[in-house]
Write a protein of this length. Structure first.
Length: 108
């Protein structure tokens, strides 16, 4: 379980790193974030994103299974978690969740 938490945390930071070149706060705060993890921390502190534990609970409720990857991206000014889950049947599913409201956006 600890290994999974470390992996998910690492993948979350990696996902934020991918989103960072687009500006984590949109055009209104462009240039304030120098590192992706700082952008994610700022978003968390300001209430723009919810804790990962809340997001994972929503994802697992939507699609039961083992979380194998988590990414945090900024899409059209909205923070979105992409949670990839391996189902008990061996199928890989992806759940997109609004990081602020925890609303499920899409399940693939």
């Amino acid at each position: 379980m600890m290994r999974l938490r470390v992996m998910v945390s690492f993948l979350l930071l990696l996902g934020v790193a991918v989103a960072a070149p687009h500006g984590a706060h949109g055009d209104d705060r462009k240039g304030e974030c120098k590192r992706s993890q700082d952008c994610a921390l700022d978003a968390f502190k300001s209430g723009d994103i919810r804790p990962l534990s809340d997001v994972l609970a929503v994802a697992r409720e939507e699609v039961p299974g083992e979380v194998v990857k988590v990414e945090l991206e900024r899409e059209d000014g909205v923070w979105v978690y992409e949670v990839k889950i391996l189902t008990p049947a061996g199928r890989r599913r992806e759940v997109e969740i609004n990081a602020h409201t925890l609303a499920v956006i899409k399940v693939d």
